[in-house]
Design a protein around this ligand. Structure first.
Ligand code: 26Q
Length: 814
């Protein structure tokens, strides 16, 4: 018997046993969900030795570890991905065939792990996959939210949110590690104590305690024996009731610690690129950071002396959300490990590194001092001291003016600026695309760049090809492997070798038919979910990402209405048929974003049912956009909409997923689009619009006048008027906020995101798209070229750069 057959036989036996012992059933009587749970248990058992061995090796060799600290890990489903990475997907599929069970139904039983909002959270998930595949010892560290990102349902065109109960039936991947429990302290006050050393003269008293309990999830690499760990912290109360208070009749106080613990990990904040100073959010941040750091130091101390910490540990901060790590590490080193300030500061600033993900000022974290100091009195005190010393340095060492000092101060105007804390307290600050890093250096963080130029660096984002091609687009993956072998799975740059097929008609035809099949699958999904018949031969024009004004879903809408009006003005008009597909969640309190969803839905209702339109134009809003839905949409897309106002999108990563799946990009020179353009060349991407510099100038000079454009441009005027004349909803007032935000400005400048400034250029670029699509051979060539040139955008490349430039970590073979 071959080894593969043996593995299959053994796996099958264990699966049947697991079904029996978990569900008290034979597989014939088990539900798909029960079979799903038994399958995961089988896989978990299979990898357990390897998982243990990985950590034993890492520890035995006493190697440097990365701790990737993130409030978000947007993992999606794990089963199929893990099977592929373990190279047993074929075996499992065969086993299910033998049992007459549809594997796809089992796969779909897994709920997406949606512990993230969007780009930042998904980036963390791609990084985990690359880290383990590259054999880098690393922990992902975060929160085990009871409820992940809300489920979105579209009801009468409106977004309605429902809780995501992903843990309801338990998470079969995780293991509770009670033995690594730690305590995290909140509130209370600081007392002066008698001490020789003024730096150690403080004690935290009267605090409330929460127990932090870790749950470990295995992160399985592609054909590597390494298995890393994602450690998510749960909160439990120390005691259910405090008898001391209870017996005094103080019932509120008697349960306050329990209440604190029970709310901390309840729910992921659904805001994407918008800061709200909620106390519970700060509790979450400190909770998981403190637990992570305490545990990391405890483990480190088993083998090392404290001064060596930077040689063995690096904390990468995913945005400022975990930036309390800096004062928390200072606290541990000073209060628990008895180091003095200078020693502790040297260690801390050499252990922490910070990644910035946004330039939007409304997204920057600034905590009110009174809230911060009440919740975290010792952390606040340390932050004040960090700031005091920084300001002394600015004055004496850098000779900065009062003006500059005021701007750079970590604490000012009653607020703590977390980005400032993160830059001052770390050895590295990186942006996530070349343009983004340039903007940080030139504008947003310019003053800091002048003081610490050596700290600033760029790490252009990437995505994992294992999930976003190998797993989600198996036919395209096979097509590639047949031509260039399977080396691309761990070395995406090899896709370049596809370029020798650019003139090969057989290849181009096959590429077309793979896309066509994927489009037909998506069309079926849309028929099922939205009951809309779409033309599978139309251009699938797709914008999938969080809903935000700066991402300009409204610019896409303006183009749709432009086309709609063309048809209405001349029913015989020649047009390359298009299907516009949207997927987006709006933050529940972001009313304007939710109104844009309603507008897109209502436009769909009118356009899709207008007999004049036929199948020239369809508009579809897919509800509950999430990782597992994205895996169906990217492979079926022709056109990738990346149309943010230049300078606003730090990188984008969806743009890379489209490219890898052979979609062509229409986009502004923003984020990583700039680098995509550099890779494919001007002729193979549809770039339009004002550059970041030009937008900056328009803003600085304040000469931009959208009202004037509206008055002078009848095409724009007509579209805008349709928003408020009942064309798409009998309630003429419904969309007036959108109309006004563009033409009159409400609490901000009119057309803040420069829709009209880019409108004409966008329409021209879209015309070019349609012209190009008519030549299907040409389109397939550009598509193939985009795939071939997407190698740079692997997260393997990104992680290799982090490891070499920032972390100084090396691969460890198990
Ligand atoms: C902060 C404080 C309080 C509540 C919420 C938040 C919060 C939460 C999430 C602030 C920002 C985020 C998410 C930001 C984000 O996803 N940024 C994206 O990061 C991607 C990965 O680098 C980039 O590709 C995107 O361009 C960027 O928008």
């Amino acid at each position: 018997m071959s080894i593969r057959m043996l593995i299959r036989k053994q796996l099958k036996n264990e699966l049947l046993e697991n079904v029996k012992y978990i569900s008290r059933k034979t597989i014939k009587h088990a539900s798909p969900k029960e079979i799903y749970y038994a399958t995961v248990r089988t896989i978990r058992d299979l990898i357990m030795d390897q998982w243990i061995e990985s950590h034993r090796k890492y520890e035995q060799k006493n190697v440097k570890h990365v701790y990737y600290l993130s409030m978000e890990f947007l993992l999606g489903r794990a089963l199929s991905n893990n099977l592929i990475n373990l190279s047993i997907d074929n075996e499992i599929r065969q086993i299910f065939e033998e049992l007459n069970i549809d594997y796809n139904l089992i796969e779909q039983e897994e709920q997406d792990a949606a512990l993230g909002n969007g780009g930042l959270g998904r980036l963390a998930a791609c990084f985990l996959d690359s880290l383990v595949t590259l054999k880098i010892p690393a922990y992902g560290c975060g929160i085990r939210y009871k409820y992940g990102l809300f489920k979105q349902s579209i009801e009468s065109g409106y977004q309605v949110e429902y809780p995501d109960t992903w843990l309801e039936d338990g998470n079969p991947w995780e293991i509770k590690r009670t033995e690594y429990e730690t305590e995290v302290r909140f509130y209370g006050h600081i007392e002066m104590i008698d001490s020789e050393d003024p730096e150690k003269a403080f004690e935290h008293k009267g605090y409330k305690t929460v127990r932090a309990i870790p749950y470990d999830i295995p992160i399985i690499g592609y054909e590597s024996d390494n298995i890393n760990t994602l450690r998510l912290w749960d909160a439990e109360p120390v005691k259910l009731i405090d008898l001391k208070y209870f017996q005094e009749g103080k019932y509120q106080d008697a349960v306050s610690e329990r209440n604190l613990a029970q709310t901390i990990v309840d729910v992921l904040y659904p805001d994407d690129s918008h800061f709200e100073g909620k106390e519970l959010r700060l509790k979450q941040q400190y909770f998981f950071v403190s637990a992570t750091l305490q545990e990391a130091i405890r483990k480190f101390k088993e083998k090392n002396e404290m001064s060596k910490l930077p040689d063995k540990v690096v904390f990468q901060l995913n945005d400022t959300h975990p930036s309390v790590a800096i004062p928390e590490l200072m606290r541990i080193l000073i209060d628990n490990e008895n180091l003095n300030w200078a020693e502790a500061w040297e260690i801390t600033t050499n252990c922490c590194a910070y990644t910035n993900h946004t330039v939007l000022s409304e997204a920057l974290e600034r905590w009110p001092v009174d809230l911060f100091s009440r919740l975290l009195p010792r952390i606040y005190q340390i932050s004040e001291e960090i700031n005091r010393r920084f300001i002394v340095e600015l004055t004496t060492k850098y000779h900065r003016s009062q003006d500059v000092i005021q701007r750079l101060s970590i604490i000012a105007d009653g607020q703590i600026k977390m980005a400032h804390l993160a830059i001052v307290g770390s050895f590295s600050t990186n942006g996530v695309a070349a343009l983004h890093t340039d903007i940080l250096k030139k504008y947003v963080l310019h003053d800091f760049y002048e003081i610490f130029p050596e700290r600033f660096n760029n790490k252009t984002n990437g995505i994992t090809q294992r999930r976003w091609l190998l797993k989600s687009n198996p036919e395209l993956a096979k097509f590639i492997t047949r031509r260039i072998g399977d080396g691309w799975i761990i070395d995406l740059a090899q896709l370049k070798e596809l370029e020798c097929y650019l003139e090969d008609d057989v290849t181009l035809e096959e590429l077309k038919s793979i896309k066509q099949e994927n489009k037909i699958k998506l069309a079926k999904y849309i028929k099922e979910k939205n009951n809309v018949d779409i033309n599978p031969y139309s251009i699938f024009d797709v914008q999938i990402k969080r809903l935000h004004e700066y991402k300009r879903q409204l610019l896409n809408v303006l183009h749709i209405l432009y086309l709609y009006n063309l048809i209405k003005e001349n029913k015989q008009v020649e047009m390359v048929p298009r299907t516009f597909i949207f997927g987006a969640k709006a933050a529940p309190s972001y009313h304007r974003a939710k109104l844009i969803i309603k507008l897109i839905s209502d436009i769909g209702s009118v356009v899709n049912n207008d007999p004049d339109v036929g199948d020239k134009l369809k508009v579809v809003f897919l509800e509950n956009y999430r990782v597992s839905l994205a895996e169906i949409i990217f492979p079926a897309s022709d056109l990738s909409e990346q149309i943010s106002t230049a300078g606003k999108e730090a990188s984008g990563t969806g743009n890379m997923k489209f490219m890898l799946n052979g979609a062509l990009t229409i986009g502004t020179l923003d984020g990583a689009n700039v680098e995509i353009k550099e890779e494919v060349g001007d002729e193979n991407i549809f770039i339009f619009g004002n550059t970041a510099e030009e937008i900056e100038q328009l803003t600085r000079e304040a000469t931009y006048n959208p009202r004037e454009i509206y008055e002078k441009n009848p095409t724009i005027k007509k579209i805008m008027d349709q928003l408020i004349d009942g064309t798409f909803n009998p309630d003429k007032n419904l969309f007036s906020d959108l109309y006004n935000s563009i033409l009159n400005g409400m609490w901000s400048r009119p057309d803040e995101y420069y829709l009209f400034a880019d409108f004409d250029m966008y329409i021209q670029a879209q015309k070019k798209v349609s012209e190009t699509y008519k030549d299907s051979r040409k389109w397939a060539q550009i598509s193939l070229l985009n795939i071939a040139r997407s190698g740079k955008f692997s997260s393997d490349r990104t992680i290799t750069e982090y490891a070499m430039d920032i972390w100084k970590t090396v691969p460890i073979d198990i």
